[in-house]
Design a protein around this ligand. Structure first.
Ligand code: PLP
Length: 228
């Protein structure tokens, strides 16, 4: 993969700069390389440069790549399902992934919990919130988050870790949607939920996300290059 060294170095520099600017500890931020549409060879190339976490959106595509990518990388990688999740895909997702960022309704959470193999640790999950209130976007409404999180936290096959969002850009104040997400997480914690993860920030807005407390950045284009 040409340009991979430069792109990954640039992403790491952006994260380091944002951490310095906003007083964040770089060790508290996990980089999830979003590898959708890119082949196993590209994933292995990024893994060879020290990235352990990969995000995929489409189950079939991911299933076809995971084994090859790990064989090429010569180690286990951590897989994050970040796409829209259909109930009939929950069994496969629960058995092959380590994290799911896109839990937005109870039925999906129940399915994931039921189908998480007992031989594996609990599936790490995030509740996706439609923080910008977009009609076209997945995610539960912010007002529903507390109820959904309480129920999900009690499911035996899952370990609820926090929230995920894909905010709509707000040019006038890029940090605003991320701030709302952080404040929602703080309210949930205040209400007794034990949450430590905020999955927010992509190639174009990672600085705003770091400024507002993101602990997982989902970066695709800035690492792998443009998607076709
Ligand atoms: C594709 C995707 C990303 C990565 O987006 P980039 O802009 O390429 O960094 C992050 N999160 C989700 C949910 C995605 O679908």
């Amino acid at each position: 993969m040409t340009g991979i060294d430069e792109r990954l170095a640039a992403v790491r520099a952006r994260i380091a700069n944002a951490c310095r600017e906003f007083g964040r500890d770089p060790a508290a931020i996990t980089l999830v390389a979003v590898s959708k549409t890119f082949p196993a060879e590209a994933i292995a190339a990024v893994a060879a440069r020290g990235v352990d976490n990969f995000g995929e959106n489409y189950l079939q595509e991911a299933m076809a790549k995971i084994e090859t990518a790990e064989r090429l990388a010569k180690r286990r990688l951590r897989w994050h399902f970040i796409g829209h999740l259909q109930a009939n895909k929950a069994t496969a997702v629960a058995s092959r992934f380590d994290w799911v960022h896109s839990v937005d309704r109870l039925r999906i959470a129940q399915r994931l919990s039921e189908h998480r193999p007992a031989t594996l640790p609990p599936l790490q999950v995030l509740v996706q919130v439609n923080i910008s209130g977009e009609a076209s976007k997945a995610g539960c409404a912010p007002e529903q988050a507390l109820g959904l999180c309480r129920t999900v936290a009690a499911l035996p096959g899952l370990r609820l870790r926090g929230l995920m969002a894909i905010p709509a850009p707000e040019a006038a104040d890029p940090r605003r949607p991320f701030r709302r997400l952080r404040e929602l997480l703080e309210r949930l914690r205040h209400d007794g939920l034990n949450l430590d993860t905020l999955s927010a920030g992509m190639s174009d807005d990672l600085e705003a996300a770091v400024a507002e407390g993101a602990t997982m950045l989902r970066i695709g284009t800035a690492i792998f290059g443009p998607r076709r």
